[in-house]
Design a protein around this ligand. Structure first.
Ligand code: ADP
Ligand code: MG
Length: 640
């Protein structure tokens, strides 16, 4: 803290924060009462943080060990005041936390705004821009804060329009006081009844007393004691940690509100697990699976957010070893009886107690998900849509749980509506089929049109769509499921000949035998194509994979799958392509016609055939100009 003069400092909001404030302040949100939940949640966080620091530095809370949140109003001034005795903020923290450093959530939030006011405000909390919600109801906000262990206090003041000021101030003791000058249309937040109702609805479970003080407020440093008509504080919330209560005493709505508090979400939990583990180690868990995907689920840090408490004291929500990253969608609380209260965050690494909690938690979650998949397929599908891609990371990463997780994995498929499991797939396999076929790509709708599927579709052979980027990776770890190999339809030969179709008409078994002449012509064509295409392809061969298309590309048996290669190239992990195999459909009119002229020069036709197969793959052509020239020639001849 360099220049703490006694003068007012003016700071501009960081650009993104400024835009966010515009949105928050100017929209008339029906749910604007959530500002109180956000501020209470910040106050409770500040108390949690200080309580944790005081485990090793007890002098920080000396003389004031009862954490609490106090609300008061001043009808005349039109102000609502919220005060806590938590960690407080230093001068620099006020500047950074409340205006100049846009949190990672801010730009994400801005991008996801829909223009639908109701939806947008519900995003505010989730994106960690909670403090600014004070401007939904205030024309001016003053935040006076004194950091624990500091003597100096400062006041942050803003009308939410572009800038804020910082002034030296005084405050009795540590903590933060927020004075909100309520907008004319927000005077309802002066009423005790209204405030009490909001606190009960959203903040009942906050394990600190939230108290309402009589109509006249006790502003920090208020001199005039006589004017204060205090009828004594009224506690508005239950103030006991929800997870310590018996589940029989807890209503669904209370669970939901607690879930929203810990997750910053506005959805309902899709699963609530409230349990006590007893035995070698003891802990209580109150764990939720969200309904909606958190916006940062695929953030590269893949951090989990479960909160770790030790005997009711918050320790951290960044304990990497508490949950594996493939369960990072879990929200909630673990409260351990065994860890020492003065545990430091460093001590949590490679900690045997934490490891046991993690092992127990994984087992419990897998077993609950398995139950849900068996008993309530519809809910399970919704779960899978939201979080399946994350579970698949577990298949890749966790050799220990791979088998159990594979049973939970679901896919879209070419022959079935909804989602199918590997076990269901195996049950439906055709006679003569020994492999589990799949195709990888960005989305099922595009894949549906892949030429490589034609032969499978004609025989009614089911193919699984693998459309999550992670699919390419876990499949590499899973050569088979229950003795059946997993096989990509875009790699290696098609292996369709041995599979019996249900409907013999469809699969071409009645197809007239290929005459010896035809066969000779096709092999002459194959030779000609190889000669023309040279190194551009690894091989040329005929296939029974195709019915409608003349040709397609596949990867060689031992090579990387086509989609994986494209994925790695997009992420600059790979800079050259391996040549593919061009497969041709001997029954297609074009191939037949080409075969009849296999002795003539094939160069242009061969290139066009290859380019066509590339286009079908969604690839960019290496030489589009040459393609256009050849195409023009062909069309000119055809039309001339
Ligand atoms: P979030 O709570 O998700 O971090 P907020 O916008 O609600 O986002 O708050 C921004 C930051 O301001 C908090 O992370 C915290 O560092 C600080 N802060 C807000 N309120 C308080 C408070 N009452 N006491 C101490 N720090 C606070
Ligand atoms: Mg907050």
């Amino acid at each position: 803290m360099s220049d703490q003069t006694n003068a007012t400092e003016t700071h501009s909001f960081q650009a993104e924060v400024g835009r966010l404030l515009d949105i928050v302040a100017n929209a008339l949100y029906s749910e604007r009462e959530i500002f109180l939940r956000e501020l209470i949640s910040n106050a409770a966080d500040a108390c949690d943080r200080l309580r944790y620091r005081a485990l090793t530095a007890p002098e920080l809370i000396e003389g004031d060990t009862e954490f609490a949140i106090d609300l008061s109003t001043d009808a005349e001034a039109g102000t609502l005041t919220l005060s806590d005795n938590g960690s407080g903020m230093t001068h620099d923290e006020l500047v950074e936390n409340l205006g100049t450093i846009a949190k990672s959530g801010t730009s994400n939030f801005m991008q996801q705004l829909t223009g639908d006011a109701k939806k947008d405000v519900s995003l505010i909390g989730q994106f960690g821009v909670g403090f600014y919600s004070a401007f939904m109801v205030s024309s001016k906000v003053e935040v006076t804060s004194r950091a624990a262990g500091d003597d100096a206090a400062f006041t942050w003041t803003s009308d939410g329009k572009g800038a804020f000021t910082i002034d030296p101030a005084s405050r009795d003791g540590r903590g933060t006081t927020i004075v909100m000058h309520l907008k004319d249309d927000a005077k309802e937040f002066l009423e005790e009844q209204r405030l009490s109702h909001i606190v009960k609805t959203y903040s009942d479970h906050i394990p600190l007393p939230i108290r309402f003080h009589g109509p006249a407020p006790e502003l920090p440093g208020a001199e005039d004691e006589e004017k204060v008509v205090d009828v004594g504080p009224r506690q508005l919330n239950e103030a006991s940690a929800l997870w310590t209560r018996s589940k029989f005493d807890i209503e669904d709505e209370q669970y939901t509100e607690f879930y929203r508090h810990v997750s910053h979400g506005f959805d309902e939990p899709s699963m609530t697990l409230h349990f006590r583990a007893e035995g070698v180690i003891e802990y209580t868990g109150l764990i939720f699976i969200p309904t909606a995907r958190p916006f940062d689920l695929f953030h590269p840090d893949r951090k989990s957010k479960l909160k770790l408490y030790v005997r009711r004291v918050f320790i951290t929500d960044e304990c990497e070893d508490l949950v594996p990253s493939w369960l990072r969608f879990l929200r909630g609380v673990i409260d351990s009886e065994d860890l020492p209260l003065n545990v430091s965050r460093e001590m949590l690494q490679n900690n045997p107690v934490v490891a046991k909690i993690q092992a127990g938690l994984i087992k419990r979650i897998i077993s609950e998900l398995t139950k849900m998949a068996e008993k309530d397929a519809e809910s399970y599908e919704a779960f899978w849509d939201a979080f399946g891609a994350v579970i698949k990371e577990g298949v890749y990463e966790s050799a220990e749980h791979r088998d159990a997780l594979l049973k939970l994995v679901r896919f879209k498929s070419t022959t079935q509506p909804g989602l199918v499991s590997l076990a269901e797939y195996i049950e439906r396999m055709k006679e003569g089929q020994n492999e589990i076929f799949y195709i990888t790509g960005e989305d099922a709708e595009v894949l549906e049109k892949s030429p490589q599927l034609e032969g499978f579709n004609a025989k009614g052979v089911e193919v699984l769509y693998m459309t999550d980027p992670v699919d390419e990776f876990w499949i590499g770890q899973v050569p088979e499921f229950e003795g059946k190999a997993l096989k990509s339809v875009t790699r290696g030969s098609a292996a369709l000949t041995d599979i019996k179709a249900e409907d013999a008409d469809k699969d071409g078994e009645d197809k007239p035998e290929e005459s010896a002449d035809d066969a000779m012509e096709i092999s002459a064509l194959v030779t000609a194509l190889k000669g023309s295409l040279g190194d551009a392809v690894k091989d040329v061969r005929k296939t029974d994979r195709l019915t409608a298309s003349p040709c397609c590309l596949v990867a060689d048996e031992g090579a990387m799958d086509i989609h994986l290669e494209r994925l790695l190239k997009q992420h600059n992990q790979l800079n050259q392509s391996s040549p593919r195999i061009l497969e041709i459909n001997p029954d297609h009119a074009l191939i037949k016609a080409m075969a009849a002229k296999a002795t003539e020069n094939m160069d242009d036709a061969a290139q066009l055939l290859l380019d066509q197969a590339r286009i079908m793959e969604g690839e960019t052509l290496p030489d589009p100009a040459a393609f256009a020239r050849r195409m023009t020639d062909v069309m000119t001849k055809a039309l001339g």
